[in-house]
Design a protein around this ligand. Structure first.
Ligand code: IMP
Length: 196
């Protein structure tokens, strides 16, 4: 049987844990949820800082090597907004999309990217590695698709001929997403440095 290394993934979201374990299938790494009571205050000013805050809290509670991510949408014409405020841009997922489309209505530049920062810390909360994954595209004029979450229905990904991330299957998105790109770099670090 494969001898997997267990690492805490700093989230309270079981769906996100499932997605991370799907992406890392066959890598020799298994991610598990943090202990009860995990509820850090994400008060950093960058994706990197917020992912570090979450990873450090997970390692403090678990005394295990821990990984955290922080992600969001950065729109060129809005000076990188909503950025780290992506989840708090408006009260509901649909209101967030409506606000984004309204704010871009007059703009000729619809370029945007999803960013995912990941921080891996040791059992004492010291940073082992930090990695960034990105996914480039533009914001559609109208939303399309029902898969995924968040801003997926208005994100037209480069190279996929007018498809939004919400038009794609979860499997397809998991092969190209910002989270996939960041996690691949983390898995490589783990395999090279933590004797999987
Ligand atoms: P978190 O890093 O999971 O807290 O995500 C922050 C917010 O960024 C989410 O609530 C979404 O609004 C947005 N976001 C992050 N990743 C994605 C994605 O893959 N698709 C759509 N929206 C995303």
């Amino acid at each position: 049987m494969e001898n997997k290394i267990k690492i805490v993934f700093a989230t309270g979201n079981a769906h996100k844990l499932h997605e991370i374990n799907e992406i890392s299938k066959g890598s020799g790494v298994e991610f598990i949820l943090p202990p009860k009571g995990f509820d850090p205050e994400e008060n950093g000013t960058t994706f990197e800082q917020n992912s570090y805050i979450k990873a450090k809290e997970a390692s403090r509670l678990s005394k295990m090597i821990s990984l955290a991510d922080d992600s969001g949408l950065c729109v060129e014409a809005l000076n990188g907004e909503p950025g780290i405020f992506s989840a708090r841009y408006a009260p509901t997922p649909q209101a967030r999309i409506d606000k984004l489309l309204a704010n871009l209505a007059e703009s000729g530049n619809r370029r945007a990217k999803f960013v995912c920062a990941m921080t891996l810390v040791d059992e004492s909360g010291n940073i082992l590695t930090q990695q960034i994954g990105e996914c480039h595209g533009k914001i559609a004029k109208n939303q399309s698709g029902t898969n995924g979450f968040g801003y997926d229905p208005v994100f037209l990904i480069d190279g996929y001929d007018g498809l939004t991330l919400a038009d794609m299957s979860e499997e397809q998105k998991n092969k190209i997403s910002h989270r996939f790109n960041a996690l691949n770099k983390i898995i490589t670090y783990i395999q090279e440095n933590l004797r999987v």
